[in-house]
Design a protein around this ligand. Structure first.
Ligand code: SF4
Length: 202
């Protein structure tokens, strides 16, 4: 058994076995690296200009700034309800790039060398797909089509009804969907080892 990861190897993540985890993080390079930026993201919650002031003060005070710790709401709660009808937005006019310096998303996925075993368990599960084809169309216009950089989520029509298609093999493992999904119904789990982007040669 690996003595550095006893809880993982034993499959035991109870509070008792993890009691030293905080202490070990505090003593490691990880804490040293992340502590000065602990409030950076939250600083921009109120907009760019207040964010720049906060970030500047944090920079000269080792991350402390004016408020420490700063709190912020999860980003997925900031969506504005569109109150639309159940009509899909035409995606054909989306950015396609010039094919030389800028590219469409699928070409970028190709360049990332992303690949997964065909028969591996799906690492992206939408827990309530009915929400995608109804509520999300009307309320938020299916933002998954926009925030996913790899065109994994595609809305289309099937028998006159909006339907979500998931191109899981495109996934570049950024985990944005797990965080930005307005209903928190996308369950992203780490895929099998060896899959995903391979940026060699870019
Ligand atoms: S993890 Fe990133 S690339 Fe993969 S489906 Fe989610 S948003 Fe798309």
């Amino acid at each position: 058994m690996n003595s550095r990861l006893p809880t993982l190897c034993a499959g035991d993540a109870s509070a008792a076995t993890l009691r030293n985890h905080r202490e070990r993080i505090d003593q490691s390079w990880l804490k040293k690296e992340l502590w000065p930026v602990r409030n950076f993201h939250q600083a921009f919650h109120g907009g760019l200009w207040t964010g720049l002031i906060h970030a500047g003060l944090q920079f000269i005070s080792g991350g402390r700034g004016l408020i420490d710790p700063m709190r912020a709401e999860p980003g997925y709660r900031a969506y504005t309800n569109l109150h639309r009808d159940r009509t899909l937005v035409d995606q054909s006019a989306r950015f396609k790039g010039d094919g030389k310096l800028t590219f469409d998303r699928l070409t970028d996925v190709y360049h990332s060398g992303t690949r997964h075993d065909e028969d591996q368990p799906c690492h992206l599960v939408v827990l309530e797909p009915d929400i995608c084809s109804d509520r999300c169309v009307r309320e938020f216009g299916n933002p998954c089509q926009y925030f996913c950089p790899a065109a994994v989520y595609e809305m289309g029509m099937e028998k006159g009804v909006p339907k979500l298609k998931i191109n899981a093999a495109n996934c570049v493992h950024c985990k944005t969907c797990d965080i930005a999904d307005p209903y928190q119904i996308i369950n992203w789990v780490p895929p099998e080892g060896g899959g995903g982007p391979n940026y060699d040669g870019m």
